[in-house]
Design a protein. Structure first.
Length: 467
């Protein structure tokens, strides 16, 4: 018998290590609540994870197996679980963060010491770190070059789920609650997890919205993105299955525009892989600027401004809508993530790590590589980042991508009665006009024009100029 250690692969279908183990012998699936990992977790993510685990356990039970659950240091509990069932060893899928890599080395050492076999598989990405490199064999730091090679590489087909008769006949353990794991209920309404939800979402997306993706993905009110991020993060859908669905969509595409839209969506999957590779080769980017400036960036530490940003009370409607979507749903649309991140790091000049920490706390789909990549992109400190002098104007961004202010009015009820013009020119209204349009909504806390100049001067000083 082999154990399959589930981690960020909470699914039975298209799971490489699970399929490989089931090819060889009976498999006993195990999940470990690791206190070191939980120390970095937050209520919305743990809620999603528990929901996904409940569905995975149901899946195994319906087929005569079960999911063993354990709590503690995986280096100890996995050895115990394997020895208790007289298993030969353990298979699992790789995770690419520095923390995960260190943990996996420790677990491998403990298994070696106990005389248990172990094997690790690439599963979370279509192309593992080290497989898409420059001609000199170095990791790419420019996305477009990476993406070109990534697209040309052949993609693996999805793996089948194990048959019921490959599952070890065991009784599983009760699933802990959030409180058992030491977490409060999340403030956000966390979306449903699980393989079925993920598959339905992927199919629904590939049946229609994918064909508008290139045109409409930047418009937060349209809802034409896949909303698969939490599923890809927790592995309730496999990446090969996701890609295969885009191949079917490509076959059905009836025009060049439709084919380009499918390609545009794949481009986002490539960003996900690009950032995973960046993190794998440079695990310190989690806390350090990827890109060095000559001098330190003079980040400001204004508690009041940061609080207004977190609370969605900056007086910048699109920024506030995004921050409230985050609070309410544990999710923010990508264009709006870029806007709120730019506002924090440029208009408020707050260190990107402040924003990253808040997103890590609040996002259901928080993924170290993507979140870090997104923040460092916005802060102009990342690989292939937004140049420091290209600073988003939140007023024109809001007007361009939410022209009818539908998104803003959905998340900022104080502005529900305001017209799109009033919302997009909120900063230009005088105090009496603001008072009559939306008395409970704040005036802008800062002047974008002034803050833009301050950010430019700050980054120029960081580059070694006089600013
Ligand atoms: C500041 C900031 C923080 C971010 N934090 C995260 C995060 O913690 N987790 C996360 O998954 N994404 C993050 N992103 C990327 C992106 O915003 C989300 O992946 C996307 O909004 C999720 O919605 P979706 O599934 O509908 O995306 P879709 O547009 O449907 O994209 C499909 C998938 O591609 C991947 N993807 C899309 N855009 C990106 C991107 N820019 N970088 C890397 N992968 C991408 C995601 O896995 C996504 O689910 C962040 C972006 C920014 C600017």
């Amino acid at each position: 018998m082999l154990l399959h250690w589930h981690r960020r692969d909470l699914r039975a279908t298209d799971n490489v290590a699970l399929a490989r183990a089931a090819d060889e012998c009976a498999v006993l699936p195990v999940f470990v609540f690791d206190d070191d990992v939980l120390a970095h977790a937050s209520p919305p993510r743990v809620a999603f994870m528990l929901d996904a685990l409940a569905e995975l356990r149901r899946w195994y039970r319906e087929r005569g197996g079960d999911l063993r659950l354990a709590r503690g240091d995986p280096a100890d509990v996995l050895v115990e679980a394997a020895e208790a069932r007289d298993a030969d060893g353990i298979y699992w899928n790789r995770d690419y963060s520095g923390l995960a890599q260190r943990r996996d080395e420790r677990v491998a050492g403990a298994l070696d010491a106990a005389g248990l076999t172990h094997e690790r598989f690439h599963d979370a990405l279509l192309h593992e770190p080290g497989s898409v490199t420059t001609n000199d064999g170095d990791p790419y730091s420019v996305y477009s070059y990476f993406a070109r090679k990534w697209r040309d590489r052949e993609k693996e087909a999805p793996y089948d789920a194990p048959d019921g008769d490959a599952l070890a006949d065991v009784r599983g353990d009760p699933l802990p609650s959030l409180a058992d794991l030491g977490f409060d209920e999340p403030e956000a309404e966390v979306e449903s997890a699980g393989m079925d939800v993920a598959r339905e979402r992927l199919d629904a997306f590939c049946d229609g919205p994918i064909y508008e993706y290139a045109e409409r993905r930047d418009y937060p009110a349209d809802g034409c993105t896949s909303r698969l991020s939490a599923h890809l993060k927790w592995g309730t859908i496999g990446i090969r299955a996701t890609y295969a669905a885009t191949e079917d969509a490509m076959d059905r595409a009836g025009s060049d525009a439709a084919r380009e839209a499918v390609e545009a969506f794949r481009g986002q999957l490539a960003w996900r892989e690009f950032y995973a590779h960046v993190l794998y080769f440079d695990p310190d980017v989690v806390t350090r600027n990827y890109r060095d400036y000559e001098n330190e960036i003079d980040w400001r530490d204004d508690e009041g401004e940061r609080r207004a940003w977190k609370d969605g009370r900056t007086g910048y409607p699109v920024v506030d809508a995004g921050m409230r979507q985050l609070r309410e749903e544990g999710y923010v649309h990508n264009r709006v993530r870029m806007i709120v991140a730019s506002f924090l790091t440029k208009d408020l000049l707050a260190d990107w790590r402040e924003g990253y920490d808040w997103f890590r706390e609040r996002l259901v789909d928080h993924d170290t590589a993507n979140d870090n990549g997104g923040w460092q992109w916005a802060a102009s400190t990342g690989t292939d980042a937004q140049p420091y002098f290209r600073i988003f104007n939140p007023w024109t961004q809001g007007e361009r991508y939410d022209p009818d202010a539908e998104y803003v009015r959905e998340y900022v009820p104080e502005l529900a009665g305001a017209t799109p013009d009033e919302i997009h020119s909120w900063h230009e209204l005088d105090p009496d006009e603001r008072e009559s349009v939306a008395p409970d909504y704040p005036a802008p806390i800062v002047d974008h024009g002034e803050r833009r100049e301050r950010a430019l001067a700050t980054f120029e000083r960081a580059r070694g100029g006089n600013g």
